[in-house]
Design a binder for this molecule. Sequence first.
Ligand SMILES: NC(=O)c1ccc[n+]([C@@H]2O[C@H](COP(=O)([O-])OP(=O)(O)OC[C@H]3O[C@@H](n4cnc5c(N)ncnc54)[C@H](O)[C@@H]3O)[C@@H](O)[C@H]2O)c1
Length: 451
Amino acid sequence: MQISVIGYGYVGLVTGGCLAEAGHQVLCTDNDPARIATLEAGGLPVYEPHLDAVLAATRHRGHLRFTGDSGEAVRAGQAIFICVGTPSKQDGEADLSAIDNVARVIATEARMPKLVIEKSTVPAQTGQQLKRALQVYGRNKGGSFRVASNPEFLREGRGVEDFLHPHRIIVGVEEESSERQLRDIYHPILERQFQCPVHQPDCPPSERPELLVTTMNSAELIKHASNSFLALKISYANVLADLCDRLGANVEEVTRAMGLDPRIGPQFLRAGLGFGGSCLPKDVQAFIRLAESAGVDFGILKEAERVNKRRIDQFLEKIRRSLWVIRDKQVAVLGLAFKPNTDDIRFAPAIELIGRLLAQGARVRACDPQAIDKTKAIYPQLFYSPDPYETARDADALLITTEWQEFRDLDWQRMRALMTRPLVLDARNLLDPAAMQTLGFEYHSLGRPDT
Ligand SMILES: NC(=O)c1ccc[n+]([C@@H]2O[C@H](COP(=O)([O-])OP(=O)(O)OC[C@H]3O[C@@H](n4cnc5c(N)ncnc54)[C@H](O)[C@@H]3O)[C@@H](O)[C@H]2O)c1
């Protein structure tokens, strides 16, 4: 099928690349000239494991193209995926202006019937507004439009894997023809008829994903409801960690045991610095505002958000208690991305933490395997190194703020020898307290006994 993708950030690039991998002809467009230039120069505007291989292979086979001409992209696609950003406005409501802009472009450029698919995360009833906007903007232009919702559940850092091996595919439709078209689009993925670039050479068998057909409103709601529930779980684990700190229990023992109950499950029960990234914080806010506008008080979500906002304050307090005076101390920060295997620093807890440390006069040395360039644009004044050992040199304290495997695997004896003071504050519970104690570190983590 001829498919167009509008907006090629994390979601758009993965969607375009994987649908091309699945055998479709895909044309992607974006309105950011810098992103287009990066791609044309053979680079990638975002880091996502396996994405480089997928894009190179599909471009080579002629299945994937990029264009800066949004009109060309609209005219080429029988189905058009909207993958633009939907950030928060000041009051937390989702800013849908990019969706509105795209609707105008589609409506004015289309000359034939199109299926327009919302993949961006949007509040319930956006699909109805989009349909109306396409009709209004496209009056007398010759196109006609069906709208469907197909929310995306990929996790950054595992985007390609999640897209090609999803747990579920949700399609919210109003017409049978839209359902048929979406089934055709996803047929190769549902039937596993593609070369898997993640699990080469033998793609392990996994359960076939379910394609669930719903109304558009339900599909939109499913995405917000899922992300908000994950945020609730994280905040629950974080409050548990606080309680364990006070009562001398170990949050990992508690959550491991809880997770063995299939009604609860082990995922998203890790205590830490709180949820960040481009999705959970904004989606929780948008869901709270949506509920408010519908006259429903989603109080538990407000509490989850409040707990999350307090995480940085609480961790800073731990730092202050250990370091006494923060001014002029050398603080090494391991981890800038909001989670491992991505370069995404949007709403990353480490970024806020660094800002607060700088405001208190600390001298910050920062390390991350992928996110240094993006962080430099915000804090050019830091000392940066991709080498954790260089980052730890002469540090009065070392903070672990993203759970990269690379940090777990460090030679911590060597790290200790490089630091001025062997003080580690682990905001991701990445390391083993007993091992750190044996190595002679003063070691603090969250919800586990200090050493
Ligand atoms: N990042 C994730 O893990 C993830 C997962 C699931 C869903 N989502 C949702 O998907 C959407 C996109 O997220 P993302 O992380 O890829 O965002 P992103 O910021 O990385 O990418 C958005 C892209 O859209 C482009 N764009 C904006 N307005 C445009 C316009 N009018 N015309 C053409 N291009 C335009 C931007 O230049 C950018 O390249 C959001 O709604 C997000 O909530 C994200």
